[in-house]
Design a protein around this ligand. Structure first.
Ligand SMILES: *Cc1c(COP(=O)(O)O)cnc(C)c1O
Length: 413
């Protein structure tokens, strides 16, 4: 049993702190239902003895894309458990609405189709982007035409048929950052989409800086435990309505079990992001001082991702880690490391990869919640097989830790 999704807005309370929203948003009706944990509604269909009424509801959805009053009719239209996750994510991002999909790529696909359906097939994008996002835009699979540029070139790249400007910040895998406010200004009336997968709404809320659409691979930090795949778009209600119509017609829906797990993941998002970011900042600091490392990339914003370039063989590091898992993806409770040029960005043309900073010596690490000394010990042995250099844990907050450290001579230590 679950209550109709459309009742949610009327119970929306005044804005509360993010830590409070993380554990309460999307759950406000539970006590009145006599429940504590959210129910999982696995129904694919919903009985109705009133087909005239259903006809009206379907007409209304087709015309407006607004959420149906009452049960969803069919699970491809909506699902009450997934709707709880959407409500909670919208609250955390500070948007009116959010629409969930089967994966991050399904979410990006729906955004591109929604804009193309308005005759706006041209996209302006800044590299680097996640490898498959780059591929989806560039390969023309959806008839998208893309102009690649840097942030300074956005205004000039915009045409009358431009439907979207896309940036990732911090970007996958170099952690390069863009100034969202400045870029949003360059976009004029064209909506700016920010892929906020790496920062999460805990570190950065792009709509507060002028972005109109926020995209997440929910597979990463929002789920947070490496066991659920999903995607979500946070935006205003007008665009959300369009996305629901695209989702209904193309079918990239999030499974209700995934919706349940993602809502559960959001509850611990603030705590996980803060703890993992503290570990990452400390590892970035130690790597920056390590003579085996040519360059460390760590965002000004902070966060739990660290990328670094080694002087030695990056494949040797991947094969030597023992506590850290050599695997693609990110945002889980445990630490993962991968070689972007071989895996996450393999699908990007080599020249484009190189010119956007994704070199052959770059490794990308998603730092988890293990003890930082155990992580450092594993990294050290993987880098050289030598005993780890023990260092005092820095008391500094994440954002004052290591920056992108320029290619420096190995210091005398
Ligand atoms: C993983 C990822 C995606 C794609 O998400 P999936 O859930 O794997 O489809 C998009 N953007 C970024 C930044 C990612 O890391």
């Amino acid at each position: 049993m679950d209550i109709p999704i459309s009742m949610a807005p009327s119970t929306t309370p005044a804005r509360r702190a993010q830590a409070t929203e993380a554990v309460h948003a999307g759950r406000e009706d539970l006590a009145a239902l006599g429940l504590h944990a959210p129910p999982i509604d696995l129904s694919t269909t919903y009985p109705s003895y009133d087909s005239r009424g259903e006809a009206e509801r379907i007409d209304s959805f087709a015309a407006t894309g607004a959420r149906l009053d009452g049960p969803p009719v069919y699970a491809r239209l909506d699902n009450p458990t997934t709707a709880r996750f959407e409500t909670a994510l919208a609250r955390l991002e500070g948007t009116a609405s959010a629409v969930a999909f089967a994966s991050g790529m399904a979410a990006l696909t729906a955004v591109l189709l929604a804009r193309a359906s308005m005759g706006l097939r041209h996209v302006v994008a800044v590299r680097p982007l996640y490898g498959c996002s780059d591929h989806l835009l560039g390969a023309g699979l959806l008839g998208t035409e893309v102009t690649w540029t840097d942030p300074a070139g956005i205004a000039e790249a915009i045409r009358p048929d431009t439907g979207l400007v896309i940036v990732e910040t911090p970007a996958n895998p170099t952690l390069a950052e863009v100034d969202i406010r400045a870029v949003a200004h360059s976009c004029g009336s064209v909506p700016l989409l920010v892929d906020n997968t790496f920062a999460t709404p805990i570190l950065q809320r792009p709509v507060e800086h002028g972005a109109r659409i926020v995209l997440h691979s929910a597979t990463k930090y929002l789920g947070g435990h490496g066991d659920v795949m999903g995607g979500v778009v946070a935006c205003d209600e007008e665009f959300a309505a369009r996305l629901r119509q695209v989702r209904f017609a193309t079918g990239g829906v999030l499974h209700p079990m995934a919706g349940y797990l993602l809502l559960r993941g959001l509850a611990t998002l603030p705590v996980r992001v803060r703890a993992a970011s503290a570990n990452a900042a400390e590892l970035a600091r130690r790597l920056s001082a390590d003579p085996r490392i040519a360059r460390v990339h760590y965002p000004e914003l902070g966060g739990a991702m660290v990328s670094f370039e080694v002087y030695g063989d990056p494949h040797g590091v991947i094969s030597a880690v023992r506590l850290i898992t050599p695997a693609v993806s990110l945002g889980s409770v445990d630490t993962l490391i991968q070689h972007p040029a071989s895996i996450s960005h393999r699908i990007v043309d080599e020249g484009d990869r190189q010119s956007s900073g994704v070199g052959d010596r770059l490794l990308r690490m998603s730092v988890g919640l293990e003890d930082v000394e155990d992580l450092w010990a594993d990294l050290c042995q993987a880098l050289s097989g030598e005993e780890p250099v023990r260092q005092a844990v820095s008391a500094q907050p994440a954002r004052t830790a290591a920056r992108t450290v320029p290619e420096s001579r190995p210091a005398g230590r």
